[in-house]
Every structure is written in C-alpha cells, then in structure tokens.
Design a protein around this ligand. Structure first.
Ligand code: UFG
Length: 327
C-alpha cells in the first residue's frame, strides 16, 4: 500500500486525516514532535517522532517510507499567541515548512497538500472571501501561513512541486465514533472552551469583544466539520495524483455564525446555557471570516455532510464526554 507522510498526524486535524486516509486505502505515516499533539492520537498507521526543523530526521523518514504525497498539518495555530510570540510562528511554521519542502523535493516527493487558513485574508469590509481575495493577514499566524503558500509557489516554479493549498475556515467537531477528537492543552478554541465551561472543567467562557460591527457585536466565523475538512484532503490528494496540478481551495460552508449564535447552539445541544462573561477584544481577531467560494465543491466534488452547527457541537460534545488522550 502507498504511504502518505502526515506531519502533525498526532494533532486534532491530522489525526482525523489519518483515519480518512486509512479508510481510503493509504498508510498514513505520522511525523510529529508531540509539542502539541498526542502519541495516543496516532491510531491509524506508523509513528515517527521528529521536528520539522530536523532535516536529517526528515530525510530518513522520506527514505524509509517513500511517501507518494505529503500532507502538512504540523503548525502552531493560536492567533493570540502568535501576536505575543511571533518568533515561534516564523520559526516553527515558516522555517519548519521550508525544511520540510526542501526535504520533500530532495526525496522526489512532489505532491504536497498544505493546511493554510482564512486568517491569511485578514480584514475585508463587505467582500466575499474567495481564493482571489488579496491576502493581508493581521496576525503573525496568518502571515506565517501566507509565507508558506509563497514558498510552495516558488518551489512549484523551480522544482515542479505540485501543491493543493486548503485555506481552512474554523474547524470544529470530532470523529462521530470518538476514536479521535479535539484536545489542546491549553484549549483556546471557542467550541471546546464552551463545552468545558458547561461541563464545569474550566471557568466561564469570556466573550472576546462585544463591540464588533456585527448584528450582535460579536465576531462571525464560518465553522466546518473536521470530518468534512479531511474528506477534502483525500480529494486533494487524488487531484494531485491525477496530475491536475497546483490549486488553492477555501474550505468553509459559506455560512457565518457569531459567538453568541454558537453559544445558543451549544445550549440547544447540551441543554445547558454556556456560563460566560464579557471581555475585551482579543488582539489579532478579524471581525468576520466567511468563505464566499464554491470552488472546492465545483472542482474537487467536495460536499460537506456534517457541517451544521448542531452536528458539529453534538460530535464535539460526544468526544468531550467519552474520549480523551493520556497526558
Ligand atoms: N472566542 C471567544 N472566547 C474564547 C475563544 C474564542 O470569544 O474563549 C471567539 C474569538 O474571539 C473568535 C471566535 O470565538 O471570534 C473563534 O475563535 P477561535 O479561537 O475558536 O478561532 P479563530 O477564529 O481564532 O481561528 C483562527 C483562524 C483559523 C485557524 C484558527 C487556529 O481563523 O483559520 O485560528 O487557531 F485555524
């Protein structure tokens, strides 16, 4: 069977991708330094512990498995943290990805699927965010991801690297079988923070900013189920293997929900109101990020099946109650 190198395969999205790859007939090889991932989340193929910045280790892993494709999830991904420690983001995300891309090219592995983000777009007033929207990130996380997109373009021109770049909107939910799920320490993402507040395992949720220019004053995001998201990655891999070349795709549903709307949905799913207070804006947060593109549906044949807010919160709640990793 063919191998796919999955960086960050011990993390939230990477672990779900490994499950989907195995179901599609590939062997997912997880490469992860376990800085934010979990050994326990590597359940669908071999594990190779290593850092993106360790070129010798990467070369050995490429040599051992000869993967047909790289799926690159490994990254630091907290907007707030990136504003106070940008060096971490430039080193781990940008320099780490450069090392990985060079190793892939040297090994002759020229198909590359990359996790980018809607955070690369930044603030745009009343503009539909499609793949042609100018990228003007307002935080170091988004800037580091945009830089990696630029690298992939340059390595494509110079070395024939083919990259499918996915710009994620807000990823949520968990595997319906709760084999893997979202587990960050510390947790900062809205839906798991809300569920932990409901469960009483953390203090009340703080709404970061209630004075945004939106109908209820809170930020609006486009949430997409992690299982739908990783389905797109398998389609992206097949796109590359069919020789269709480099392409950028937004992955969102086109529907935006405010923080307060997400809290209401959590109350409906769990039958508990979210304990909460109100606080100042979080530096680096955009007012509204909603995908305005149907390219992934039209060209990849992607169809999100589980991305209603209620389904995502139901699956996240099930995982919260039944699943966990050894810490
Ligand atoms: N929020 C709160 N309180 C919290 C946590 C979040 O009000 O305790 C608000 C945020 O201010 C934001 C929304 O909920 O308005 C969503 O916040 P998340 O932290 O869950 O996610 P982000 O919107 O910051 O997502 C960004 C990028 C994604 C990227 C993600 C990774 O837009 O592309 O960071 O952390 F994947």
């Amino acid at each position: 069977m063919e191998h796919v190198l999955v960086t960050g395969g011990a993390g939230y999205i990477g672990s779900h991708a490994c499950k989907a790859l195995k179901a599609a007939g590939y062997v997912p090889v997880t490469y992860d330094n376990l800085s934010t991932g979990w050994r326990d989340a590597v359940r669908f193929g071999p594990f190779e512990q290593g850092d993106l910045l360790d070129r010798a280790r990467l070369d050995a892993v490429f040599e051992r498995y000869r993967p047909v494709t790289v799926m690159h999830f490994a990254a630091l991904s907290q907007v707030g943290e990136s504003m106070v420690q940008p060096g971490l983001y430039w080193r781990n995300n940008a320099a780490g990805s450069l090392t990985l891309i060079e190793a892939a090219v040297a090994a002759g592995c020229l198909d590359f699927v990359f996790s980018s983000t809607c955070a690369t777009y930044g603030e745009h007033d009343n503009v539909v965010l499609d793949e042609a929207t100018p990228q003007q990130p307002i935080n170091a996380y988004g800037a580091s991801k945009r830089a990696i997109e630029d690298m992939l373009n340059d390595f494509g021109a110079a070395h024939g690297l083919n990259a499918v770049i996915f710009r994620y909107f807000n990823v949520a939910g968990a595997d319906p079988e709760a084999a893997v799920g979202e587990f960050h320490r510390p947790e900062t993402h809205l839906i798991p923070v809300m569920l932990e507040a409901i469960a009483g395992t953390r203090p009340a949720l703080t709404i970061f900013g209630t004075d945004y220019d939106t109908p209820d004053g809170t930020c609006i995001r486009d949430y997409v189920h992690v299982c739908d998201l990783v389905d797109a990655h398998v389609l992206g891999l097949e796109w590359l293997r069919a020789g269709k070349g480099s392409r950028v795709f937004n992955l969102g549903t086109g529907h935006g929900f405010s923080v307060r709307e997400v809290m209401d949905a959590a109350r409906c799913v769990t039958s508990h109101a979210v304990p909460h207070g109100e606080g100042p804006r979080r530096p680096g947060d955009c007012t509204k990020l909603v995908s305005g593109s149907t390219r992934a549906e039209a060209e990849l044949g992607w169809k999100p099946h589980r991305s209603s807010l209620a389904q995502m919160i139901t699956d996240a709640w099930r995982w919260h109650q039944t699943g966990h990793y050894e810490q």
